[in-house]
Design a binder for this molecule. Structure first.
Ligand code: NAD
Length: 261
């Protein structure tokens, strides 16, 4: 058992934190060696998964080989420096990071392995790689459309994942997404512009997240689809990244690196 990588989960009380603790424990591929939450949280001192939740990250990281972190941008930047100090792999799922945060994370990645992805699902990351490859192989006679569906509470559109897919398609075509993005069609829009990448959003019910990338040609169509039905996909992806990080050199990576895409 002792050769399995020891994992610390930060944000232990959060939706993702709780799921990560369960996923690590049930995986048989890693050991949970610590759980961290913010100072003042009523989870501090609580027993979970055989460990006691602490607000002292450095003490927890010193016992670990990897930290899985789905918290807030400010906390994540602090954890990046501490994980580098402890030479732990740092898996970052936190979103909303700005340039100043990213610079500090890049500095920490000089000393330790950091894997960061706005979507840790293995399937979505595979979809990103496939989208880029298909866009590279086909010319602009094939219209690219990205259709996504989410639950009725979602406040933004297109989804962050749809935009990542758009970036991947644009990169495959060798263009910048901002120059070809077409979202929010309504009314007399005129005919489709050759080379544009179109976005459509469906909102309703409890849909966790669905993404189609459509390559529409003359007389044929390719559709690559990802359907998310459960948030555990993000936790499983993060654990895979933490294990992958044990054999990587210091640096900043994403899930495409983890999947070898
Ligand atoms: P949440 O609000 O349920 O949990 C956040 C947790 O962070 C809480 O437990 C909070 O106490 C903790 N926290 C805040 N500051 C802290 C600090 N200084 N030290 C220690 N812990 C601290 O949120 P959530 O739904 O679990 O999401 C967390 C993050 O993960 C968000 O940025 C979300 O967008 C992102 N997310 C990413 C993916 C992905 O695949 N990359 C998937 C789902 C969610």
């Amino acid at each position: 058992m002792s050769e399995l990588p020891g994992i610390v989960v930060t944000g232990a009380s959060g939706r993702m934190g709780q799921m990560l603790i369960k996923t690590v424990q049930e995986s048989g591929k890693a050991r949970l060696v610590g759980a961290v939450d913010r100072p003042g949280s009523d989870w501090i001192g609580r027993e979970i998964g055989g460990v006691t939740v602490t607000d002292d990250p450095l003490e927890a990281f010193a016992k670990a080989q990897a930290v899985i972190d789905f918290t807030t941008p400010d906390a994540t930047v602090k954890f990046a420096a501490l994980a580098a100090q402890a030479r732990c792999t740092h898996v970052i799922g936190t979103t909303g990071l700005e340039e100043a945060h990213l610079q500090k994370i890049a500095a920490a990645a000089r000393h330790a392995v950091i894997v960061r992805a706005g979507n840790m699902s293995l399937g979505v990351n595979l979809l990103l790689g496939l989208t880029r490859k298909v866009a590279e192989a086909l010319d602009a006679d094939w219209d690219i459309e990205i259709v996504e569906a989410h639950h009725r509470h979602k406040v933004d559109a297109p989804s962050g994942t749809a935009l990542m897919l758009g970036e991947a398609a644009a990169a495959g075509r060798g263009v910048a997404l901002k120059d070809v993005r077409d979202s929010g069609r309504d009314g007399i829009t005129g005919a489709r512009t050759r080379g544009d990448i179109g976005f459509s959003a469906i909102r309703g019910g409890d849909v966790v997240g669905e993404h189609d990338v459509i390559f529409a040609g003359e007389g044929e169509r390719i559709v690559i689809r990802h359907l998310a039905t459960d948030r555990t996909i993000f936790a499983r992806g993060a654990l895979k990244a933490a294990i992958w990080g044990q054999t990587a050199k210091p640096g900043e990576y994403d899930m495409l690196d983890v999947l070898g895409l």
